[in-house]
Design a protein. Structure first.
Length: 289
């Protein structure tokens, strides 16, 4: 069974690297913050999980941002994983709850001829963006296609979610397996064939449980970290964003006694007074009153 709210990184002597992430509490918090029905909650939870397992270079605190353009009524999905232990995200237009989640609905709503943009951040490299057209399939299939296309590394992704009868998140977990340059390609093909699915939530000891595979002697745990929902918003970020606006737009924000800005990721609202705005704008050489 995957460990709740934890990211684990493994490497086998057969040259197979596996990153497992359980983001259950983060997915639950996102569902509550954004008041999501079952369909949007599962989709956002799985995209958050995808961002967590794609941030594989944990030693250099790799961060990953996903811009998932669905070309469906959901619009664009945003998800970030950073510092090896935090995730956050939101859906531009969550569904209205009239459709209960099913795997077929997930595939229909996440990959309608859409596009996936992935930005990677690392202590060792400049940020870079890669993009792929989304294939037909669920969230995991789309992420597998991205990583196989962009990194040209043989990879396999599975992400699963469990719901209660009211459509609330019970568990969300997933993993990415990658074949290293000198790895056993035949073994990788046997373990991660398209028609084989690993059980992420069952107890260790069962043949199809991922934990059974990872507890074999040839798998070594390289690193582990707790994972939770955490936003990076704050007044300093708002300040820098507003200071970058054209002068005419800055002046327009001063028509009222204050403005209110809500964070798309966590829903937190910030009330900024007119006096504070004037101070911020004039710090950057503005001439507003």
């Amino acid at each position: 069974m995957s460990v709740m709210n934890q990211i684990d990184h493994y490497l086998s002597t057969d040259g197979i690297r596996i990153t497992v992430a359980d983001i259950t509490d983060a997915a639950r918090e996102a569902q509550e913050i954004h008041h999501l029905s079952s369909l949007s909650a599962v989709i956002l939870g799985k995209v958050l999980n995808a961002s967590a397992i794609l941030a594989m270079d944990f030693k250099n605190h790799e961060g990953v941002s996903l811009k998932w353009v669905t070309n469906s009524p959901l619009g664009t999905i945003h998800a970030d994983a950073y510092e090896g232990r935090y995730v956050r995200g939101f859906i531009e237009h969550p569904d209205d709850g009239s459709v209960f989640y099913t795997p077929d609905k997930e595939a229909e709503w996440v990959s309608r001829r859409g596009k996936l943009f992935v930005t990677r951040y690392s202590l060792l490299k400049m940020p870079y963006v890669s993009a792929v057209d989304l294939p037909d399939g669920d969230t995991a299939a789309c992420v597998s296609d991205y990583i196989n296309s962009s990194d040209q590394t043989l990879s396999h992704v599975e992400i699963e979610a469990l719901l209660d009868e009211k459509g609330k998140i019970i568990r969300v977990a997933g993993f990415i397996a990658q074949l290293m340059p000198e790895g056993d390609k035949k073994l990788f093909g046997e373990l991660f064939a398209r028609d084989r699915k690993w059980n992420l939530f069952d107890e260790s000891g069962k043949e199809d449980a991922l934990s059974t595979l990872l507890h074999k002697e040839n798998y070594v745990l390289l690193g582990t970290a707790p994972v939770s929902f955490r936003c990076t918003c704050g007044e300093d970020r708002i300040k820098h964003s507003l200071q970058g606006l054209p002068l005419a737009e800055q002046q327009g924000l001063l028509d009222d006694d204050h403005i209110e800005i809500a964070c798309h990721y966590c829903g937190k609202k910030y009330e900024i007074s007119r006096e504070t705005l004037i101070k911020w704008f004039n710090e950057k050489g503005g001439n507003v009153q």
